[in-house]
Design a binder for this molecule. Structure first.
Ligand SMILES: *Cc1c(COP(=O)(O)O)cnc(C)c1O
Length: 363
């Protein structure tokens, strides 16, 4: 068969280990998954109430225009309803954007390290990948991006805050970049963790979509809204870009329940704010823990941290698993010597620090 030859060099996405599997393997009662940046406080109680009270018409295809959520979200972001495009998670947004723009002969610019799906999709589409090493502090090297971008660059990926470092580029940095980047390249600002940013001076980049015709901003309900299982992300861009991307979108790519619960979750901004506040408090404990133990840590504006470990990252993960904590090895993320830890609840983090103490005392 005619499989694309590049597939022979690729691997499928490796998910983190599940709670059930770790409980079974290690004979543990209490296992905490701090590996996938899910919301440790769950989702809005209004979502649970909705799901218990409502019987949707499951035999009917979902609303292809996603009118209900589209209207509410357009109002929330103060944009035109036709400036929003929904994906089956922002993962599918990444796929749609790649599919619409990348092909052999084009290239795409991104940081190393960053969210792996940008490179993964670019390979499948046959585009050249131009990776720019991150600066020492973990920031994207946007000057470096400008050096490698050219008139064949179809997409530039800016992950802000960046996964897996957690670093946030300032609004000024990004606008300076947009002013100078090739206008023929779509600049994708992937802001999966935007809601967690606590720097007061950070602007909402969605307000810039009319200033820059080549800008799309991605957001998701998976992280701060705590709805990862429903698979719902979206992009905001001008109507012209939206019309092109809409051509590669699969019909009915969002399911009825996901659209309904996202509407409910969006209305409960109090829940979101509470989660952000708690996350901010808990995130500070990681910075303090790292400082106290002379471990390097990146300055996170998200609900995860990338922290140094006193041994090989896979071994550190294995030992943390034995204590019931699932975290992500830097060996998988391109950051050896570090692990990525989702900031948990106060209790989870206290337990995590106790487990980590054991790593430090018995290297
Ligand atoms: C988690 C994550 C996504 C994917 O989110 P979904 O909406 O669940 O597909 C996209 N980008 C980044 C940077 C992420 O960390």
């Amino acid at each position: 068969m005619y499989w694309k030859p590049i597939l022979a060099t690729m691997k499928p996405y490796t998910p983190g280990r599940s709670i059930a599997e770790v409980k079974r393997t290690y004979g543990l009662q209490d296992v905490n998954k701090l590996a996938s940046n899910e919301n440790p406080y769950g989702s809005s109680p209004a979502v649970t109430d909705y799901l218990q009270s409502k019987a949707d018409q499951f035999e009917i295809y979902p609303d292809a225009f996603t009118a209900g959520l589209r209207t509410k979200l357009a109002e929330y972001h103060q944009v035109d309803p036709y400036e929003i495009l929904f994906g089956n998670g922002s993962d599918e947004m990444v796929t749609m954007i790649s599919r619409a723009l990348l092909q052999p002969g084009t290239n795409t610019v991104m940081a190393s390290v960053t969210f792996p799906q940008y490179a993964h999709n670019a390979k499948i589409e046959g585009a050249e990948i131009r990776e720019v090493p991150m600066l020492e502090n973990g920031d994207h090297d946007l000057e470096g991006f400008l050096k490698v971008a050219d008139d064949q660059t179809a997409i530039i990926w800016i992950c802000n805050p960046n996964n897996p470092t957690g670093n946030l580029l300032t609004s000024k940095n990004i606008k300076d970049f947009l002013d100078r980047a090739p206008k023929t390249a779509l600049v994708v600002l992937d802001e999966a963790y935007f809601e967690y940013v606590t720097k007061p001076e950070q602007e909402d980049a969605i307000n810039w979509i009319h200033d820059y015709d080549n800008l799309i901003v991605l957001r998701t309900f998976s992280k701060a809204y705590g709805l990862a299982s429903f698979r719902l992300g979206y992009g905001v861009t001008n109507k012209e870009n939206m019309a092109e991307l809409n051509k590669v979108r699969n019909p009915f790519n969002n399911n009825t329940l996901a659209l309904a619960v996202a509407e409910v979750a969006l209305e409960d901004q109090q829940f979101l704010q509470d989660c952000v506040t708690k996350n901010h408090e808990q995130r500070k404990r990681f910075a303090a823990y790292a400082a106290k133990n002379s471990l390097s840590i990146y300055p996170s504006e998200t609900n995860f941290v990338l922290m140094e470990v006193p041994m090989d990252a896979d071994e550190a993960c294995e030992r943390l698993l034995q204590h019931g904590y699932i975290v992500r090895s830097g060996n998988l993320l391109g950051t050896p010597g570090y692990v990525r830890i989702t900031v948990g609840t106060e209790q989870q983090n206290t337990g995590f620090f106790e487990a980590f103490d054991q790593l430090l005392t018995n290297k």
